[in-house]
Design a protein around this ligand. Structure first.
Ligand SMILES: [Zn+2]
Length: 449
């Protein structure tokens, strides 16, 4: 297909190219056809229609929209406007009030935890949810769990100690109580060898999932083994997952991927300073590649790539945050920033749409980061780049940070991967790191497809 945008750009008609590109940006999630923009919705020839609410398209399969139980008070509206540092005008107040006149529900508990969260983040605590601990009432059922995925390589070195993330799901009707409440610890077992187990940092309710790093001891003798995942109780109970995984143990193992060997950067002063380091790295890559159009995944209300001189499409699941962000960026005079609500696992864009894809401190929030990376690879142009910025690294076994525990209890997904796990994820989706940097524990990698 002719690249109309590149052709228009070459003729010096960037504005026209940009307009044409924007008009054909979104694709139908059901059939992949280009969506047509109407006044209140994007529609498709196949009959599907996607609402545009408060100027933000909702390109999501399953969302229930309901009137909010109570409108924002005048004081709360002032609070929201002040939090975003925009001018308090009548039209702005009306738009903010309209945004919070609706709420959005997702069937998926993870998406739901990430959504309708803005008021709580602004400490307007009108929709406080019951805590996991309050909901965790043990009955008389039996605890049951399943392994959703694990990051243990298929081959291990004889006698080696290592650690790997394991994601489990409570598939029973009983809460899996956290260790501090006389509950469980997670262990990996091979040939009856258990390394130190990892205590559950929060109680896992029925239907909920958690990812935890777990230590593993490989048997000393080479051979084919089975890996099992077990929950251990201080009273001696052992609860195994039904799945077993084949693992080969060898005297030496050659990995098919290059290990990540990041440049060690300075210790960033704080979260914002760390983000700024990431933004500068992406800016350099944007300039080198002469990138014009980027996608930022899980940008929330503060897209990091908004000042890099390119068009930036920002996607996130949190509907109200994106709607407020649209108001904020319009008020600040940005014309290069587009906001849309969609699931990073099902991006409403054609293959090879963007010159680059970036995410800032977000990949580790996804239950299945490999699938997110795969989508990123799909929508980035050949020769384009993927920027994975500000990802926490390292394994913490005993005492996760209290803030992490707090968001875990809210239902937000938190997990911390090792450099080796990242290297394998990138390799799995065909991404090759071209530069990587580690500032304290914050990993920043530019990758090519
Ligand atoms: Zn369609």
């Amino acid at each position: 297909m002719i690249d109309v945008v590149a052709w228009l750009d070459r003729l010096g008609l960037e504005n026209l190219g940009s307009k044409w590109w924007r008009r054909r940006l979104f694709r139908c999630l059901a059939c992949g056809a280009v969506l047509r923009k109407g006044p209140n919705a994007y529609s498709c020839g196949c009959g599907k229609s996607y609402p545009v609410l408060a100027n933000v398209p909702l390109l999501l399969p399953d969302v229930t929209i309901t009137p909010a139980p109570a409108p924002l008070t005048e004081a709360e509206t002032t609070q929201v406007i002040a939090a975003f540092g925009i001018k308090d005008e009548r039209s702005t107040r009306q738009r903010i009030a309209a945004i919070f006149a609706r709420t959005y529900q997702f069937a998926d508990s993870f998406l739901e935890a990430e959504n309708n969260y803005l008021l709580q983040r602004l400490a307007i605590n009108r929709e406080a949810r019951p805590s996991v601990e309050a909901l965790a009432v043990p009955g008389s059922g039996q605890a049951v769990f399943a392994v959703i995925r694990h990051y243990v390589p298929a081959t291990l070195v004889c006698g080696a100690a290592s650690s790997h993330n394991v994601r489990i799901r409570n598939t029973g009707t009983e809460p899996l109580l956290r260790r501090a409440r006389d509950g469980w610890s997670l262990a990996l077992r091979m040939a009856d060898l258990d390394a130190d187990p990892t205590p559950l940092p929060v109680t896992v309710l029925p239907g909920r999932e958690i990812t935890l790093p777990v230590r593993l001891l490989a048997p000393a003798a080479p051979g084919n083994y089975e890996l099992s995942v077990v929950l251990l109780h201080p009273d001696g109970r052992v609860l195994p997952a039904s799945q077993r995984f084949p693992i080969t143990v060898q005297p030496t193992v050659k990995r098919p991927y290059k290990v990540l060997d990041p440049i060690r950067g300075p210790l960033p002063a704080d979260y914002d300073a760390d983000h700024m380091i990431g933004i500068r790295l992406v800016e350099r890559a944007v300039n080198l590649a002469r990138a014009r159009r980027g996608l930022e995944i899980a940008s929330s209300s503060s897209p990091a790539t908004c000042n890099l001189g390119c068009l930036t499409v920002n996607v996130d699941i949190d509907v109200q945050t994106m709607q407020v962000a649209d108001v904020v960026f319009e008020k600040r005079g940005y014309s290069n920033v587009i906001f849309a609500c969609c699931d990073a696992l099902h991006l409403p864009f054609a293959d090879a749409t963007f010159d680059f894809v970036s995410t800032f401190a977000a990949l580790h929030h996804f239950a299945d980061p490999v699938s997110v990376l795969r989508e990123a690879v799909r929508v980035v142009k050949p020769g384009g780049f993927v920027a994975i910025m500000c990802e926490p690294t390292g394994h913490e076994f005993e005492k996760p940070h209290p803030q992490i525990v707090e968001v875990l209890e809210h239902g937000v997904n938190e997990q911390i991967f090792s450099l080796d796990e990242y290297a394998r994820m990138f390799h799995t989706v065909g991404l090759r790191p071209t530069s990587s940097q580690l500032d304290d524990d914050s990993l920043k990698v530019i990758l090519r497809r």
